[in-house]
Design a binder for this molecule. Structure first.
Ligand code: PEP
Ligand code: MG
Length: 588
């Protein structure tokens, strides 16, 4: 690098492609790091200025929190926004602030040191409490403390979102993703996280390019620095040269052109040349995604993640509130069908019950939690059943690991039906009930399970995680999260065959269903339904319409014969390039 000309060198960081698209703009470092506090003496003549520094910092912190509060209310509802109200209350606590000012004056020490000490005392006391709720609140107190300190030190804060920017952070929670989407966010780049994390799924739904698992992005990038995100390739370029920007714009153009080729496909069926029709539907989480899924030519909703409502509100909505959402979804998608998956909380998903687990993915998650909360589950099921009067609603249970859970969950459906009957409410008495196959034990028991349900849907995000023992959110093991691992392929085949033996349809709603490299294989393995992120739906349909079932079967059979994931991938890449030359695989 030529120092004298102060040329800033372009640097490429490799991560994981989490949401497609190209974004170029200034980075915004969303810094959750704890600011450093040093104890310093304050001269008596500077005392007034020090107190003023504190008061200004408090006023600025309040302004920022008010702004976040407004965003949170719009995006997540007033319930979730409460945490920010509580933080503002701490700032306005006259007793606390009076004590801080008095200590600055009597001890002649700097404002941030006294703030850290005073609020730190509160925080420690809360952390010592055996009450889990108090622990959660201690984090809020810590947040306020850090905010005031950063403002005293006049450091930039994430809430001051000015202009379009690319959010760079260590990690993003689903709530962060939603809150930032309110602003002019161009893209996300995170150190941690995997392609199947819920924050990544959300950025795909919100159509915001994202690259995760960059490991060192927050250490290397500064706020204001130019950065380019390639959400197709999973690459982030710091200080991109004109040439790189041109190349990336070219890629974005190529993708747009490819999308143009897909115009008109929305109204056509997902049918192979030799007339095998695949039910091609969408995965969504929010009602407002429905117009987009329709425009993309979706045959209904193959997975509606009902827990999205909790993300917006931070608590379980009442039966009436839930009913309004489900009814609206069922009516807007009619005459197509919607598969509502019952609350799948736990794991990496927001959970209203503040519990902490050592291994949340192996813990109180999905159906396990619902079976332990009968009142909540019945309320949820009643709302779902009431939305089924047009007979286009299906119910699906997540995280099933045994037949016992299937039976117990079905018993709850029966109970909810009884309750509605007593109340004189209408519902579809023949409502179809299915389960997700996403735990290896359920895959092994697929035949027994299929005998008691109406359909199976393979959830590869979790199935791969549990089958290969690879955390879906952990970037350190991301290369081991292999959807083309021969073990995964064999399990998928086993589930499809088991379902068909019991005459129930078998679909897939994990991310693998939306991978263009996998389409031919999945059709060939005999899947009846693919439920995908709406943004990729036309591309998958185009592939289905370009192939023959006969060829797909041969490809599946051959793919099953390879001993490693690399072999399978190499084979599929060559065969898809040959059979579906229109698909620019490198853009996917
Ligand atoms: C899955 O596990 O594949 C799935 C679709 O469910 P989720 O991603 O919501 O856990
Ligand atoms: Mg899952």
């Amino acid at each position: 690098m030529n120092e004298r000309n102060s040329v800033i060198e372009e640097t490429v960081l490799k991560g994981i492609a989490a949401a497609p698209g190209i974004a170029i703009g200034p980075a915004y470092l969303y810094n959750k790091e704890v600011p450093r506090v040093e104890m310093k003496d304050v001269a008596r003549e500077d005392l007034e200025a020090e107190i003023k520094r504190l008061r200004n910092a408090n006023a600025r912190s309040e302004k920022e929190l008010q702004k976040i509060l407004t965003f949170a209310e719009q995006r997540l509802g007033s319930q979730s926004a409460r945490i920010f109200e509580a933080q503002i209350m701490i700032l306005n606590d006259a007793v606390l602030m009076d004590a801080v000012e008095k200590r600055i004056a009597s001890e002649l020490k700097n404002a941030e040191y006294i703030i850290a000490d005073e609020i730190g005392k509160y925080r420690r006391r809360m952390l010592e409490s055996p009450d889990e709720y108090m622990h959660e609140r201690a984090h809020d107190v810590e947040d306020v403390m850090n905010r005031i300190i950063r403002n005293i030190q006049e450091q930039r804060l994430f809430s001051r979102l000015e202009g379009e920017s690319i959010i760079v952070s260590e990690t993003l929670t689903p709530a962060d993703t939603v809150i930032f989407s309110r602003n002019q966010v161009l893209g996300y780049a995170t150190d941690l996280g995997g392609v199947s994390s819920h924050a990544a799924l959300l950025s795909r739904s919100l159509k915001i390019p994202a690259v995760v698992g960059l490991r060192t992005a927050t250490k290397r990038l500064k706020t204001g620095e130019m950065v380019a995100i390639d959400g197709y390739a999973g690459v982030v370029t710091m200080n991109p040269t004109e040439e790189t920007i041109e190349r990336l714009r070219g890629r974005a153009r190529a993708f747009r052109e490819f999308e143009e080729k897909l115009v008109g496909i929305a109204g056509l069926p997902a049918e192979t040349i030799d007339h095998r029709t695949i039910e091609l539907s969408s995965n969504i989480e929010f009602e407002d995604e429905i117009p987009f899924t329709r425009a993309q030519g979706s045959a209904g909703i193959g997975l509606f993640r009902t827990e999205g409502q909790l993300l917006r509100r931070g608590e379980y909505p009442s039966e009436e509130e839930q009913y309004r959402v489900y009814k609206n979804v069922a009516e807007s998608i009619f005459p197509h069908a919607v598969i509502f998956r019952t609350f799948d909380v736990g794991g990496d998903k927001l959970i209203p019950d503040a519990i902490r687990e050592e291994n949340p993915f192996l813990g109180w998650r999905g159906i396990r939690m619902m079976l332990d909360r009968p009142e909540l589950f019945l309320e949820h099921l009643r709302a779902l059943l009431r939305s089924s009067t047009h007979k286009n609603v299906r119910i699906m249970f997540p995280m099933i690991s045994s037949l016992h859970e299937v039976r117990a969950a079905k018993e709850f459906v029966r109970k909810a039906q009884e309750e509605l009957k007593l109340r004189g409410e209408l519902f579809d008495p023949k409502i179809k009930v299915g389960v997700m196959i996403e735990v290896p034990s359920a895959a092994l028991l697929a035949e027994e399970i299929a005998a008691e349900v109406d359909f199976l849907s393979i959830g590869t995000n979790d199935l791969i995680q549990y089958l290969l023992a690879v955390d879906r959110d952990n970037s350190y093991v991301a290369p081991l999260f292999q959807q083309f691992n021969p073990a995964v392929l064999r399990v998928i085949k086993m589930v499809i065959d088991a379902g068909h033996k019991k005459h129930v349809w078998v679909g897939m709603c994990g991310e693998m269903a939306g991978d263009p490299l996998a389409t031919m294989l999945l059709v060939g393995l005999g899947l009846d339904e693919l439920s995908v992120v709406p943004s990729v739906l036309p591309e998958i349909k185009k592939i289905i319409r370009t192939i023959r079932l006969k060829d797909a079967r041969r490809v599946a059979e051959r793919a099953l014969s390879f001993p490693t994931a690399d072999d399978v991938k190499k084979y599929l890449t060559s065969v898809v390039k040959e059979k579906v030359p229109d698909i620019p695989l490198e853009l996917s």
